[in-house]
Each structure stands twice: as structure tokens, then as C-alpha cells.
Design a protein around this ligand. Structure first.
Ligand SMILES: Cc1ncc(COP(=O)(O)O)c(C=O)c1O
Length: 369
């Protein structure tokens, strides 16, 4: 493995220091929950090594939400991040061909690279509405392809694919003898109908998710993977045991109690996302320097400074960060042109979001060439 730190982590809000950021539009999750507000009862938790697969009640709860999936098909991990690592390192070795959506959550591209895999990127372009070209995907998927790695609802653009597209993708993966890693971390935040769980469609599809993004509890580091192939699951469990044996029993107890109230939390969270999204949409409609592809899920979108807007990109970020204390995720976090930026609108309070958006327009004005 050849590890390199990624700009998205080096420049993350927690690395900069939350205290230094006034308008935090760089987050990709909803507002973080506070432990004391959650009405938890943790006194009886025995601080032992937990079940290596993860707390049985928790896995049952998660499996209960998915068609055709049992608790045995669910492996708890340290965030979706560890699930991505386990799946990539279990399925890929140096030289293996893997097809990866691009841009993407940076780890999804970086881990196969760190392994020395032959990474073929599937580019999404603003001009195409960031739509996945199924013909390009079909050409990229060959019998030599070991793994296809997709993320929907997509980070950083918030775009979606349809159920029919997912079914076609699964069929293509099966026909080529490949596996599908489907990062579904934003699944519960689709604006329309949710996609079926990819793992429920095929034993060759592995679904990955976590509580971090939709539920605002990234600090408990609770993720999971779902896989209906028992032999593959045995390999994933072996990887987990070699990395961290079992998860934190405290985190798993918190997750189980939190999810017992899932519907209550989701109703509140969905209302907050809808209200904040409405602010962004109204603001975006009025912009002359920015344009976007309207997202269909999640809490992020990926607008850009219009190509013909006479704005100096470097100066724009300088003014934004230094004069206003506003932070977004610049394009280079995703190996994209820096005129793009990821705008996260789910984490911040509505009044601060409204002002933060204004500062984007003011910074563009001040950075005119
Ligand atoms: C698409 C996607 N997958 C996975 C992760 C990892 O999150 P976590 O490890 O907190 O679950 C993130 C975090 O930003 C993400 O955006």
C-alpha cells in the first residue's frame, strides 16, 4: 500500500478548526447531534470485545429495512470509510482493473490507487448534467474488470441514477464476472424514491453505508457493509478482524438506541434538509456568476463559477476564506477544476446558510479580474 493524505482531509473543517470557520458550507452531512440530547441509557454496556460482526440487535435493525437481507449479511465497520477499505483491499491487488466513478468521495478513488490497482475513471461532466453514461460504462466494463465502484446519491454532485439504470449496471457487472461496490452513504437522503439496496439485487453487489451523513452522528463512527455472498463475507470479516477485531461496543449501543427512534429522527432531518435546500435553490436562481446541476439527493451540490464569468478563482477562495470565514469544498478536493466547488447545505443553521450564500456572491464580485 502507498498511502498519501488527501486534500479533502488535510483541509477538512475539523483540521482547519471549527472555531475559525464562520460559515461552514464544506460539510457533507446534516447537523451533528449532541450526546446529551439523545436520551440514551448506556450504564449497562459491558466494555468487552463485541460480536466481531457487530452488535446482533443493531444488524437485525439494519437488515429489517432491506428486502431479502438478514443480519448475517450485515458487517458493522468503523464508518463507511472502513467498509470501503475492507472491500477494496479484499477484492483488489496491484494491477487489477477497477472502474471508478469520477469525481467521487476521494477515498473511493485513492484506496484502489494506494493498492496499485489499474484505476479506470468514469468521468461525470457538468455539461452532461453529471449523468452517468451507461454506454461508456459498458465499454469500460470488460471481463478483466474486477470491481466497479459507484456512489449514489452522488458525492459531490447530489445526482442520482434510476432504478432501471441500477438494474442494468448490476446485470453488466454479473455478465463480466466483476463485483459492484455501491457506496450508499446518502441513500436515506434521496429526494425522490430510494434506490433498492444494491446488495439485494445480486450477491456480486456490496452495499456500503453509515450513520454519519443522514443521521448527524459521524463521531460514533458507525458504518456497515451488506453482502449476500457468505464466502465473500467471510473474507470481509477476516479483514475486519485483522484491522480492528470488533467495533466499539459503546458506539454500537448508541447506534442501536438511536435507530430505535429512526423515524422520528428522519422526519426532523428531512424537514431541515428541505428547508435548507429551498434556500439554496432560491439563491442559485438569482446568481449571474454561478451555475449548477440541481441535485436529486444528499446534502451537497457541485456548482461552479461560470466559465465566462471574469472571476479570478484563486482570489475568490482567498476572499471567501479570509474576508468572510466561509468555507466550501474547492474542486481540487475532487481532482476537478477549482471553478467547481462542493456546497454542503445540510449541516449549517438556516440563517447562517443564507448569509454564507450571500458571501459567495460577494466574494465572486470582489474577485473580478
Ligand atoms: C460517499 C461517502 N462515502 C463514505 C464516506 C465516509 O463516511 P463515514 O466513514 O463517516 O461513514 C463519506 C464521507 O464523506 C462519503 O461522502
Amino acid at each position: 500500500m502507498r498511502y498519501r493524505r488527501m486534500p479533502i482531509e488535510i483541509e477538512s473543517p475539523e483540521a482547519i478548526g471549527y472555531g475559525r470557520i464562520r460559515y461552514n458550507l464544506a460539510e457533507s452531512s446534516v447537523t451533528d447531534a449532541v450526546l446529551g440530547d439523545l436520551d440514551l441509557s448506556l450504564k449497562d454496556v459491558v466494555l468487552e470485545y463485541g460480536d466481531h460482526m457487530g452488535r446482533p440487535g443493531l444488524r437485525q435493525q439494519l437488515a429489517g429495512d432491506y428486502d431479502g437481507v438478514t443480519a448475517e449479511d450485515v458487517l458493522m465497520t468503523i464508518g463507511a470509510a472502513a467498509a470501503l477499505f475492507i472491500v477494496n483491499t479484499s477484492l483488489l491487488k496491484a494491477g487489477d482493473r477497477t472502474v471508478v466513478l469520477h469525481p467521487n468521495y476521494a477515498t473511493n478513488v485513492e484506496t484502489p490507487r494506494a493498492l496499485g490497482a489499474n484505476v479506470i475513471t468514469l468521468p461525470l461532466r457538468f455539461e452532461d448534467g453529471f449523468r452517468l453514461g451507461l454506454d461508456a460504462l459498458e465499454r469500460a466494463l470488460t471481463p478483466e474488470t474486477r470491481l466497479l465502484s459507484l456512489t449514489y446519491p452522488h458525492n459531490p454532485t447530489g445526482v442520482m441514477i434510476s432504478r432501471a439504470e441500477l438494474e442494468r449496471i448490476v446485470a453488466l457487472v454479473e455478465a463480466n464476472g466483476a463485483y459492484l461496490l455501491f457506496d450508499e452513504t446518502y441513500r436515506d437522503m434521496a429526494f425522490g424514491e430510494k434506490l433498492p439496496l444494491a446488495a439485494s439485487l445480486s450477491p456480486r453487489a456490496i452495499s456500503i453505508s453509515s450513520l454519519s451523513k443522514t443521521y448527524g452522528v459521524p463521531g460514533i463512527r458507525m458504518g456497515w457493509l451488506v453482502c449476500r455472498d457468505p464466502a465473500l463475507m467471510e473474507t470481509f470479516l477476516a479483514a475486519k478482524e485483522q484491522i480492528f477485531i470488533s467495533g466499539s461496543v459503546v458506539d454500537e449501543a448508541i447506534a442501536e438506541q438511536y435507530l430505535a427512534q429512526k423515524d422520528v429522527h428522519l422526519a426532523r432531518i428531512r424537514a431541515q434538509i428541505a428547508a435548507n435546500f429551498a434556500l439554496v435553490k432560491t439563491w442559485m436562481d438569482e446568481q449571474t456568476a454561478f451555475e449548477w446541476v440541481e441535485p436529486q439527493g444528499g446534502v451537497v451540490c457541485f456548482p461552479r463559477l461560470k466559465p465566462d464569468a471574469p472571476v479570478d478563482t484563486g482570489r475568490f477562495y482567498e476572499v471567501l476564506n479570509e474576508d468572510y470565514g466561509t468555507y466550501v469544498g474547492p474542486g481540487h478536493w475532487f481532482e476537478m477544476d477549482r471553478r467547481h466547488f462542493r456546497l454542503g447545505y445540510g449541516w449549517i443553521a438556516p440563517d447562517k446558510l443564507a448569509r454564507g450564500l450571500e458571501t459567495l456572491a460577494e466574494a465572486a464580485e470582489k474577485a473580478l479580474r
